[in-house]
Write a protein that binds this ligand. Structure first.
Ligand code: APR
Length: 243
């Protein structure tokens, strides 16, 4: 188990962009739907099958850690079986034309596997575990399960490196700084129900375009909507941005 820093390496050396070329993309579960991963709030989504309060809160962890581990172990095992889809790949391609900053609410690693360079996970990562006594002790675990009895170097139980409901989103401030610098802000596949991530849109003061890609958009005011699944939507986005 390899220890990893709490922040991506690119935090130390923020990238520079030519004026007008900063493309910030906020992604949600919908971008991974075509890869075969369930969203949360769609019909048949994860929160229809599981109770948030049983598997995704600090209280759930105290009450029944085995159930919480089972839930995330299942998500991680599923992740090992799926692949990035054209939407993830096309975002990587857009790096030829823009500085693309991906702010993702997803805990999957499909942006990484598609090769995107600048990725920030707002809600943590399935492929990492962390200590329950020191949030800075984070370990790469790949797609292996976390079991009761697996411990950090200080001897305490490991937990999934995900942000549960009721917990802070430490990456928010950094994400907000990038949204403020965005020339173009694109949101893909998010119901925008969960704060503070959904509040990032309000930080986009400078963006000349705000575009939402979602087959069932929950927001229509103040954004250009591409009502399509992610891969078709990002294809259309690419045509619009490069025309
Ligand atoms: N392409 C694009 N969008 C899609 C697709 C698709 N193929 N299929 C569904 N969607 C859209 C839905 O219309 C919906 O608007 O994806 C969105 C999914 O919304 P949610 O399930 O609420 O997912 P998300 O917004 O990412 O949830 C935010 O909630 O439970 C937490 O921590 C979890 O990060 C997650 C957060």
């Amino acid at each position: 188990m390899r220890r990893v820093p709490p922040w991506p390496a690119w935090f130390e050396h923020p990238p520079q962009a030519e004026p007008g070329r900063v493309l910030v993309v906020l992604t949600g579960a919908g971008i991974s739907a075509e890869s075969g991963l369930s969203t949360f709030r769609d019909k048949g989504g994860l929160w229809e099958k599981y109770s948030i309060y049983e598997v995704a809160t600090p209280e759930a962890w105290i009450k029944n850690p085995q159930l919480v581990l089972d839930f995330y172990n299942e998500r991680r095992a599923q992740l090992a079986e799926v692949q990035p889809n054209p939407a993830h790949h096309l975002l990587r391609e857009l790096e030829k034309h823009f500085l693309v900053i991906i702010l993702t609410q997803n805990v999957d690693d499909l942006h990484e596997r598609a090769g995107s360079t600048y990725i920030l996970h707002l809600h943590g990562e399935l492929t990492k575990a962390r200590s329950t006594v020191d949030e800075n002790l984070i370990y790469e675990i790949g797609y292996a399960p976390i079991r009761l009895g697996d411990t950090c170097e200080r001897g305490s139980q490991l937990r999934p490196h995900v942000v549960w409901f009721g917990e802070e989103v430490p990456a928010y401030t950094f994400a907000a700084k990038w949204v403020m610098q965005a020339d173009i802000l694109v949101v893909i596949g998010s119901s925008l129900q969960v704060y503070p991530a959904a509040g990032l849109l309000d930080e986009a003061q400078r963006a000349r375009r705000k575009i939402l890609i979602d087959p069932k958009p929950t927001l229509t005011q103040g954004v250009e909507v591409i009502a399509a699944p992610a891969s078709e939507g990002v294809h259309r986005l690419t045509e619009i941005l490069l025309s």
